[in-house]
Each structure stands twice: as C-alpha cells, then as structure tokens.
Design a protein around this ligand. Structure first.
Ligand code: DGY
Length: 319
C-alpha cells in the first residue's frame, strides 16, 4: 500500500505509517501545490493532509485508489467530506487532542488584546516608554467581565472553564444546549443577538460551515459594545474581515485577538496589520510540541486504520 503525507511529521508518526505502507512525504516546508498533490495521490491508497491542503472533488477524481483521508486537525472545512463519502473514502480528524492547547491560546489572545500587550511590547522596543503615568497603556479588565462563547463545543467549553477562573460570567450560543457548561460553569445559553449585546468579550469557537461562514459581519460587530473585544481562534471566514477591520479602525469595538484569517498566511498588505488594537497570531492555536505530536500520532492511527480497512479511531461523519 502507498500513503502520501503532505508535510513532514514527527518521526514516531511516520514510523507508525511506514509499518503498514510505503510512505512518501512532501519534502518542502510549505504545502504541495495543487498540481503536485494531484500527481502524488494518483497511486495513493491513503492521504494524510493538513488544513492547508484542499481535498475536493477534482483532487479525488485523480485518486482512484484512495480509501482514507486523514486530516491532522479537528477542523475539516478544507475537505469535501461528502465527496469522499460518495467515493467510499473514509475521513478522519484529530478532535480532543488539541482542545486545551487551543483554549489556552484563545485565552492568551483575549488577555493580550484586553491589556494591549502587543502594542505595549512594540512601544517598549521602539523606546516609547517615557515613565509610569496614570492612563499609560490602560486597557480593559478581564476579571468579572462577561464572556460570550459562540460555539460551546470542546474548545468553547475549555475557554469558558478558563474564564471562570477569572470570575467571568459566561453566555453562550450553540446549536444545542450544553448542560455541563450550564451546571459546572453557570453558563447561560442565549441568542446570538443577546450575546453580542451583553458580552465584554466575544470568543468564536464554532466550525466553519455554510451556516457559520460570515457569521460575524458588519451588523454583528455594530451590535457589540464599543468596549468589547472579539477573539477568533476558530476559522477566519467565520468573520467578515473587512468589516472587522473597519470596526476596529473606527473604534466601534475596542480590540480583537486573532489567530485565523480569511486568507492564510495573512498578506503583508492586509490593513489589519496597520492597527494597534488587534493582536495577531499566525494560526498557532494548537501549536505546542506535545499537542502537535499527539495530533500527528492520531492522524497516523486514523490513516493506518483506514489503510487496513478498519474503523477509524476518529472518523468524520458526512453530513
Ligand atoms: C484545527 O485543528 O482545526 C486547528 O485549527 C489546528 O490548529
């Protein structure tokens, strides 16, 4: 059997796949271009991919032997799961492994945006620290503020749990109620409009689907408090990025902390880069050594199971 892996992985994960298949690993640091990916999947039985690879119908049409797609991420918006299902290709992802690490990063963005840490560091390095003074770099309090969680899944829950440690009040919106969050974290499920109106911090934790694409646009940003902070460690396209830029520029909301963007990498001429009131990270939500290693091992396990025709430990159901 043959497997194609679209990026170099920790050695133990590759060893696990090599035990059952001939493995080709894309040798470059960036993702394989579409043409190279098409070429590589021609005789592959299994594909281990990242969120930077587009796995769509035209690609699958080039992969007559493919029986498993294993994505090293929890989000699978780059994979046409329905097209895979039509071709009998099973799809796996890595839920659970990155939950707490991603919530840590989302909370770090919340804190950095509230307390203006990016701006403070830039100013200090540029020699702009004159003296201690009453309102110098004064930001927003986090403790006892209201956090609105959009999407109370695993990561949203962990974000809320962190927030409770800061005595924050939790509102959430989610397709289904989360009794655990209501019981253990005193979270209250509300409609999005109320969440936007009431929250001091709004943190996005929903997957990117047709229903959530552009969920936070000009109208939603206008509904937020002028002192509010938006955090996005989910997917960039959940937010209308132009509308967010304008809201931040005009101080219609106070600040944002972002890990994800409509286009990644964020182009260097993106206007967000001109703003002081946004903290920008390069999609590193799950980027701890331990978590990325765990994700690679799970992705390898999914791939191996699919190659062997066994049920995947973490299979994605086609909706
Ligand atoms: C995921 O798993 O979807 C994350 O975005 C990777 O950090």
């Amino acid at each position: 059997m043959r497997a194609f892996v679209t990026r170099d992985l920790p050695a133990p994960a590759l060893d696990r796949i090599r035990a059952v298949a001939d493995v080709e690993v894309w040798p470059e640091p960036g993702p394989p271009p579409a043409t190279a990916l098409r070429e590589r999947v021609r005789d592959a039985d299994g594909l281990l991919c990242l969120l930077t690879d587009t796995i769509d119908e035209p690609l699958l049409a080039c992969a007559p032997r493919l029986r498993v797609v294993s994505q090293m991420a929890v989000g699978i918006d780059n994979v046409d799961v329905a097209a895979c299902a039509r071709r009998g290709i099973v799809v796996g992802n890595t839920p659970g492994a990155l939950t707490e690490t991603t919530a840590d990063l989302a909370f770090a963005l919340l804190m950095a945006a509230a307390r203006r840490l990016g701006e403070a560091e830039r100013l200090l390095r540029a020699g702009g620290w004159g003296s201690w003074s009453p309102l110098f770099l004064a930001g927003l309090d986090i403790h006892h503020a209201t956090l609105g969680i959009v999407g109370m899944g695993r990561i949203g829950f962990e974000m809320a749990r962190r927030a409770r440690g800061f005595d924050m009040r939790i509102l959430y919106t989610s397709p289904r109620p989360c009794p655990e969050a209501e019981r253990d974290l005193d979270a209250r499920r509300v409609m999005l409009a109320e969440l936007l109106r009431e929250s001091d911090f709004v943190s996005l934790h929903c997957p990117l689907t047709p229903a959530t694409r552009g969920l936070i646009g000009a109208g939603e940003l206008a509904a937020m408090k002028p002192t509010a902070v938006l955090v996005n460690a989910a997917r960039g396209a959940v937010v209308d990025q132009r509308a967010l830029y304008e809201a931040l520029r005009d101080r219609r909301i106070a600040a944002a902390g972002l890990d994800v963007y409509e286009t990644e990498p964020l182009p260097l001429d993106d206007p967000l880069l001109s703003l002081e009131n946004v903290v920008l990270a390069p999609h590193i939500g799950s980027a701890s050594v331990a978590t990325r290693t765990r994700m690679a091992m799970i992705a390898a396990d999914n791939l191996v199971a699919g190659l062997r025709g066994e049920p995947l430990p973490y299979a994605v159901a086609a909706s």
